[in-house]
Design a protein around this ligand. Structure first.
Ligand code: 536
Length: 362
């Protein structure tokens, strides 16, 4: 029976366990290039014992960056640095994955610890964001995004495909497309952000078109034997639940037909009016419902901190993968302590040999 420490195979890739280092923006890159920060951070997370490590939201174009410090894959020159990160992740025993994204109307902000607000337009570091409609996230935001033309849509989809090709050249084995958190793809899906009257707006099918076509474009370049996954915001938690779980399930049926292999059930974050029902493990029931309705394997994150609970979610068939973020920042060796708590055989073996050797008899 599956459990937190049983292997998981998807397409041609096998993870040593069900624990995933969720993508976490570091905002430490310069012009999209990784540096020593990433060179320490990612191998550190891999050495802690996770099965899969998904590198942070990496921009497919400069204007798609959340902040000026986002990592990027919009040029071939970005591949080499990430290749070294991939080697460091593999050496730690984890499968290397990467999340590709475009921030849409949430692009061009300062990092959260500097306020997380749009960089003012008179600042040379700012740029005009792109979005399905010329509607800012915050109603009083002066930096109004530009409504994308169909040519813009085609270019961004090509940017996703080109970045996916580069991710595979860098050696990544697992790809996640960032279709959540109020970034570009999620805003196409949202009635709060998409008021288009062309083939990309209106009905759910039209609002999903950008996502479906982007998956198709990526699938055409990303190797068939490697998993292609999406993080999708599964519900808009505004008063009327403008996007319901049923909507997400329908969209995921289309995305599955377009070539998606697994869903990372996430948050929509498309409107400041959302009231996210924060609580421990709160997305697990929604993820479970999506798993049952779509037949896709699922994972989720957010306030999952307890090893016994994480194990139970896998044992009970609610989740295939458990994505951890802050739990791993608090302790990159969370998987080792989880293995001890769950009394798996040889818990130290989740760590690299130079650590495991000394801990096996400790
Ligand atoms: C998580 N965030 C997710 C980001 C960037 C910044 C913060 C991403 O998907 N690239 C978050 C969202 C809402 C509340 C707390 C944390």
């Amino acid at each position: 029976m599956a459990s937190l420490f049983s292997p998981f195979t998807l397409k041609g890739v096998t993870l040593r366990n069900r624990i995933v280092a969720s993508p976490m923006c570091q905002y430490q890159a310069v012009d999209g290039f990784v540096n020593d920060w990433h060179g320490v951070h990612y191998p550190m997370l891999a050495r802690g014992g996770v099965g899969l490590l998904v590198v942070e939201a990496t921009a497919v174009s400069p204007e798609g960056r959340i902040t000026p410090g986002d990592t990027g894959l919009w040029s071939d020159a970005h591949v080499e640095g990430l290749r070294r990160i991939v080697q460091g992740i593999r050496a730690g025993g984890a499968v290397p994955g990467i999340q590709l994204g475009h921030a849409g109307r949430k692009a061009g902000c300062t990092p959260p610890w500097e306020g997380g607000k749009p960089v003012p337009r008179d600042d040379p570091r700012s740029w005009a964001p792109l979005a399905p409609s010329a509607l800012p996230y915050m109603p009083d935001e002066p930096n109004i995004p530009r409504e994308m033309t169909v040519a813009d849509i085609r270019r961004v989809q090509q940017d996703f495909a080109d970045a996916a090709r580069r991710a595979s050249e860098a050696g990544f084995d697992w790809l996640e497309l960032h279709f959540a958190h109020g970034f570009l793809a999620q805003t196409f899906l949202s009635r709060h952000a998409n008021t288009r009257t062309d083939a990309y707006g209106g009905s759910l099918e039209n609002r999903a078109r950008f996502l479906i076509e982007t998956v198709q474009a990526v699938r055409a370049t990303w190797p068939d034997h490697l998993p292609l996954t999406v993080r999708l915001g599964v519900v808009e938690f505004d008063e009327g639940m403008a996007q319901s779980a049923d909507d997400a399930i329908q969209v995921l049926h289309w995305l599955k037909a377009a070539g998606v292999d697994l869903v990372d059930a996430g948050l929509a974050l498309t409107t400041p009016a959302e009231q996210v029902p924060w609580a421990p493990n709160f997305l697990v029931p929604l993820a479970q419902r999506i798993r049952a309705a779509t037949g896709l394997p699922v994972g989720t994150s957010w306030q999952i901190t307890d090893a016994a609970q994480a194990d139970a979610f896998v044992l009970e068939g609610k989740l295939d993968l458990v994505y951890l973020a802050r739990s791993l920042l608090a302790n990159p060796h969370w998987p080792y302590l989880a293995a001890k708590e769950l009394k798996i055989d040889a818990p130290a073996s989740v760590l690299p040999t130079p650590y495991a050797y000394w801990l096996q008899s400790w």
